[in-house]
Design a protein. Sequence first.
Lengths: 289, 152
Amino acid sequence: MATQFTFKAIGTSWTIDIYADVSSEDGLLSAIKERIDGFDKVYSRFRADSLVTEMSKKAGEYILPDDASKMLSLYRELYEFTGGKMTPLIGDTLVDAGYDASYSLAPKAEIHKAKEWDEAIKYEHPKLLVKQPVMLDFGAIGKGYLIDLVGELLENNEIHDYMINAGGDIRQRTSFGKNLRVGLENPENQNEVIGVVQISNQSICGSAGNRRAWGKFHHIIDPDTAESPRGILSLWVVAKETYLADALTTALFFVSPETLREKYEFEYAIVSANHSVLMSENFPGQLFT
Amino acid sequence: MTKNSKIVIGGIAVLGVALAIFFLAQPDKDDHAVKTPVTANVPVDNPSATNKANRYKDGTYSATGNYDAPSGKESIGVSLVLKDNVITDVTITPTSENRVSSRYQQGFATNVKAYVVGKSIDSVNLDVVSGSSLTPQGFNDALAQIKAQARI
């Protein structure tokens, strides 16, 4: 391949493979990092200078950037479709559980359940009315969406053959039918894979119940029970857009794949705590059994 | 391994029906499988069958489930091991002589016990790996410190 960028951003490692000659590599890499930082500065709850941090301290009316529209729409759709289980208002619960900006990992005595969307915020693009200070968390869709935005940046620069890998969430595009062979990491052994997937012009995202785990929690918490769902060891979703694949990896901890397939087009593989596996009919890969 | 989730769903329906039988069956005290041919008429969610204590005695339960296939009446043997309210083992004994039913019963039997195993990354031809190994460094550091202090 012609160009590879590797760097750290939003707390994870990025690799971007570009299968074409790039006239100004430095210029392109700067543009990519700038795009990522710009996104992070709005939506991250881990930096003191972000809009999300400001909204967690002060009620009021905020103007969101253009890219908010697509992400907030999907959040609202999934919020309604999952009966509130998938929600950007999970931030306060995550913080109470210990997953705060300083990674204290010390659960508070009382862990608050997530507020109802309409009770806490009102979104009419570009205005977000924060009725009471609330810690929003865009982690369920944010990284996947940012990968799509970086992909768009590449495509606006006439690059149509590339792979973006940000911490294991991957978007691949090809103009000549290239297949990407993706190994599915064994959540219990990073030196192993439990399957292989082949994608072409698709995205794949994974999520595991044993990473970012502390005490009785992991990074996904049920907004109604304030507990982390058990039972799923890891799962992967293949969809065209990375933001959808990312969103569904969280939604699948709460809702069955059959239900989500009524509304969204995707393939999935879910490995349960007992190592049994459930896959969609056309999942583009095989798991080793 | 078949990945036909339609077979799994159809098979799960059969299993669900077979499971209903266990609420009526008695565990054998010597832990042998007891084959009790019982016609499955009790729905799994029948409150009178399931809610009394909400707890099942450990043991091995077996039964033969009967169902109607387009080819006629079929039966399938199911054996479960229950320990602490959890199914720890399942054995499906296909009994069909009908070719189509036999294929579905075999498919179900295969899918019920499809457990994943890991293979070394070096042994597989891959372009990239998808996983969640790349936890934020800050998180890992915090976790290491906390574990060292035994706070969790």
